[in-house]
Write a protein of this length. Structure first.
Length: 292
């Protein structure tokens, strides 16, 4: 690689937990994975899935090929010259319901995309989440047994592609078209798991990347559910999906020493709903958030 190419690669476009994106050449960027953070198997899976989606949908950037730069795995993809959807929302907060609708419609479109040829390559949602529940020392065995029941209740007969972090900060708008980026943690599992994970992120008032007020979060979630096409909320499934995601979020916060008010809220929400379960009472996590 020429010195000129190396200089261009050093022009950083963005950075995530697992990789950094640099300018590669006109109209292209390269996503380079951080050393000792990502296995070669992880890289190959993300590359193949992203390339497939880029070739067969209009909501994922085109991927051109793999590369190796300074002993780091990477892949070259289309440079989407647009604006993070998160920024668009923040500058147009009065229309947050509309933006929630767009987010929901896009998420539904993603979940309707057939990825049957990749099913065996991508982690199953239950397999991914089960260790968070079984190995955590944050809850006693009785709570963990209840959580396993919730996890298993999320029937995967509608198994779909789950992005893992489907939020506006992983979406770019270019020419009024939304593009989904950062496919670092895909799963195959029930659509309700993806829906409740996105709701979890929207509601997180401590996340600097989605700094909405409670009322704005409520409007956005209502718009999101409408755009996705959920007219009636199945409280039992929504509870199960939200609480399982809550456990993983809290476990991650403890492990990474990034506990905050929201992760503590999730922890208390899990225990509160477990106590309701013991008392034979119906429970609805959204009663704790707000009335939808």
């Amino acid at each position: 690689m020429s010195q000129k190419r190396n200089e261009r690669v050093r022009q950083k476009v963005g950075e995530g937990e697992t990789a950094v994106v640099f300018v590669f050449e006109e109209g292209k960027v390269v996503k380079l994975f951080k050393e000792d953070f990502y296995t070669e198997e992880d890289f190959e899976r993300e590359f193949e899935l992203t390339k497939f989606l880029g070739e067969t949908t209009d909501f994922v950037p085109i991927v051109y090929g793999k590369t190796m730069i300074e002993n780091r795995h990477g892949y070259i993809m289309e440079e989407v010259k647009g604006i993070l959807y998160q920024k668009i929302i923040e500058e147009d907060i009065e229309h947050i319901y509309h933006h929630g609708e767009r987010l929901g419609k896009l998420h539904k479109q993603l979940h309707q995309k057939s990825v049957k040829d990749f099913m065996y390559k991508i982690t199953n949602f239950e397999d991914f989440m089960r260790p968070f529940v079984e190995k955590t020392k944050l809850f006693d065995d009785s709570v963990k047994q209840w959580l396993i029941i919730l996890l298993e209740s999320l029937a995967d007969d509608d198994a779909v592609l789950l992005h893992g972090d489907f939020m506006p900060y992983n979406i770019i708008e270019a020419d009024q078209q939304l593009k989904v980026i950062d496919w670092a943690e895909p799963c195959i599992g029930p659509s309700i798991a993806g829906v409740t994970r996105t709701i979890n992120f929207i509601y997180d008032w401590t996340d600097e990347q989605c700094n909405y007020t409670n009322n704005e979060s409520k409007q956005m979630i209502q718009g999101y559910l409408n755009g996705y096409g959920i007219d009636e909320i199945d409280n039992e499934l929504m509870n199960a999906g939200f609480l399982i995601n809550a456990v993983s979020e809290y476990a991650w916060a403890v492990h990474s020493k990034q506990e905050d008010d929201y992760s503590q809220f999730l922890y208390e929400l899990v225990l509160k709903n477990y106590n309701r379960y013991l008392e034979g009472l119906s429970y609805n996590v959204f009663d704790e958030l707000y009335s939808l």
